[in-house]
Design a protein around this ligand. Structure first.
Ligand code: HEC
Length: 139
């Protein structure tokens, strides 16, 4: 009985295998061996081995932070919106519709846990809408 079962399973596996091999897989346009080519041969610069008396020059750490547009609410934004990231996150957005700035500030509060009360959020949104929408953005 056991032998019969093993034989049956082996035959079944062979059958499934041959059907699979002949049936093109849906969505597969081209098949082949993708090994070889430049894979595994990315060039790396040679390691610098420090020597005695070497002199190193270290440049300034880049700390660019965008200037926010002048206007009421700017300090509130600087104070509350640079806790986790720089305010460059504001200026690097494309001009966003007023409603999107509202959603953005609430996302910072609800999703990322920015400790900003609703009254302050209102001031921040008003500032962003006054300077960073398609209608109001100047720089
Ligand atoms: C509690 C931390 C925190 C505070 C405070 C905060 N943010 Fe963010 N902000 C984040 C995180 C986290 C991301 C996502 C970062 C990423 O994806 O690289 C983000 C991303 C952004 C982005 C990029 C677009 C996006 O939705 O990912 C903008 C614009 C932005 N913040 C604006 C603001 C403004 C305006 C304020 C002030 C109201 C603010 N943030 C305050 C955490 C914060």
């Amino acid at each position: 009985m056991r032998k019969f079962l093993v034989l049956t399973l082996t035959a079944l596996a062979a059958l499934v295998g041959s059907v699979q091999a002949d049936t093109p897989r849906p969505g597969l346009l081209d098949s082949g061996d993708y090994a070889g080519g430049p894979l595994g041969s990315a060039l790396q610069p040679a390691r610098v081995i420090p020597g005695n008396g070497d002199v190193y020059k270290v440049g300034k750490w880049p700390t660019y932070t965008a200037e926010l547009a002048a206007g009421p609410g700017r300090d509130t934004v600087l104070g509350h919106c640079s806790m986790c990231h720089s305010v460059t996150y504001i200026t690097m957005q494309p001009p966003l519709p007023a409603a999107t700035w509202d959603a953005e500030v609430h996302k910072m509060i609800k999703t990322f846990g920015a400790p900003i009360d609703e009254a302050t959020a209102k001031d921040i949104i008003a500032y962003l809408q006054a300077h960073y929408t398609p209608q109001t953005r100047k720089q």
